[in-house]
Design a protein around this ligand. Structure first.
Ligand code: NIG
Ligand code: FE
Length: 403
């Protein structure tokens, strides 16, 4: 057993409030939190534990980045320049750039090359406190490359982080197909094989006028349902397609982006208990002006999560801490909502209820910060106050190769 004591804990243990414990302690056994409370009220069983002094540092749950496209080849920085000159994301996609340009670079990359580049990106996320990470496929768009991406994603776990993989073959129409319905047939055909290889934890799609229609998405979701796999959706990012209502009908874990979400969409998410994942990095980089309907989501009681959406096109950020700040400044989340979005609600968007809070029984994934109060994590930007990341109760030097 190991005991961390003498820190300020932001437990997020209840449904609202920071759950602050000013002089707090955490007792850890076998990768789980055995006890969390005030240092003055330690249970007797803590007596023999190895002690780590927190010296007044802030402790929060480990960060959960529930939406990333971390594995890919190439770069799209030239599209950033094109957009600055006036081209829109949709214009670039229609001209064969965008997702398709990353598909070409990803198909050309070996597994070792993809692992090397994604490993560097994952390491950057870990340096800001990420302990659980979702990674999507979707830049292969053929069976072999989708499988390669998902294998690489799994191997990122060797860095000392939990990885959840999501099959996103319904991301864009690959160049060898002209008929989107025929491509969706292939997407549905590949899924059972990849799932059988243990490579898929959830299924996602891009429902948009430049991607796939609700009818096409529902065929992918039916294939997921046959395997008992949960679904998620890139929904209402550029226009209202009614994707959220569709996804809610499949009890989706999450709908992500949501700038153009309608009142009916909000109600559908609320009824289904689907998490709304907000992606301020993509909103910012695309200079979007349409805000997701935060007040309506809040009022309807839809859980709000937050993620980097790291991808080479619309959100090339590796900073979950910057997302905390952007969620507050751009979307008017409170710092507490933002941190819940990157912890307990991020976990929920992945179907995980065993992490995201500092509470007995939860996973011992937590971050130790050089901060006095958790609101500082959202108020400051462009600097990283992380002192140490504890994953499955392991200190930094004990983590590699442990997944
Ligand atoms: O989450 N919106 C679709 N998918 C990604 C972007 C993918 C890309 O442009 O490469 C997103 O923003
Ligand atoms: Fe995305």
């Amino acid at each position: 057993m190991r005991l961390w004591r003498g820190g300020r804990l932001a437990t997020l243990a209840g449904d609202s409030g920071w759950g602050l414990i000013d002089d707090g302690a955490l007792l850890v056994e076998d990768g789980r939190l055995r006890w969390v409370g005030a240092s003055a009220e330690l249970p007797a069983e803590a007596a023999g534990a190895e002690v780590v002094e927190l010296d007044g540092a802030l402790v929060t749950p480990g960060l959960v980045d529930c939406h990333t496209h971390l594995v890919y080849g190439g770069s799209r920085a030239h599209e950033f320049e094109q957009r600055l000159l006036g081209a829109s994301y949709a214009d670039i996609a229609k001209a064969g750039g965008g997702i398709r340009s990353t598909v070409a670079a990803t198909r050309a990359a070996s597994e070792a090359e993809l692992l090397a580049s994604a490993g560097k990106r994952a390491a950057a996320l870990l340096r800001e406190g990420v302990t659980t990470l979702e990674v999507k496929s979707g830049y292969g768009l053929d069976a072999a490359t989708e499988a390669r991406m998902l294998r690489v994603a799994r191997r990122l776990g060797d860095l000392g982080v939990d990885v959840r993989t999501t099959y996103l073959a319904a991301h864009a129409l690959p160049p060898e197909f002209t008929d989107a319905d025929a491509y969706i047939d292939a997407v549905c055909r590949w899924l059972p094989e990849l799932y059988g290889q243990g490579l898929v934890d959830a299924v996602d799609a891009f429902c948009e006028h430049i991607a796939f229609s609700p009818a096409q998405v529902s065929r992918v979701f039916d294939a997921a349902r046959q395997l008992g796999l949960p679904v998620k959706l890139h929904a209402e990012q550029l226009s209202d397609q009614g994707g959220s209502q569709l996804a809610a009908g499949y009890q989706a874990l999450s709908c992500d982006h949501l700038e153009y979400l309608s009142p009916a969409g909000v109600a559908a998410l609320a009824r289904a208990g689907t998490v709304a994942v907000l992606l301020p990095g993509a909103f910012y980089a695309l200079r979007e002006t349409q805000l997701p309907p935060i007040a309506a989501l809040r009022e309807a009681g839809v859980p709000l999560a937050l993620a980097t959406d790291h991808n080479p096109g619309t959100s090339p950020t590796l900073s979950p801490l910057l997302m905390l700040n952007m969620a507050c400044v751009l979307f008017r989340l409170t710092p507490e909502e933002a941190l819940r979005g990157l912890t307990v609600n991020g976990a929920r968007a992945l179907g995980l209820v065993d992490r995201g809070r500092l509470r007995a029984g939860q996973r011992a994934d937590f971050c130790i910060w050089d901060c006095a109060h958790p609101r500082e994590l959202a108020a400051c930007f462009g600097h990283n106050p992380l002192k140490e990341r504890v994953w499955r109760g392991k200190r930094q030097q004990e983590q590699q190769g442990q997944a």
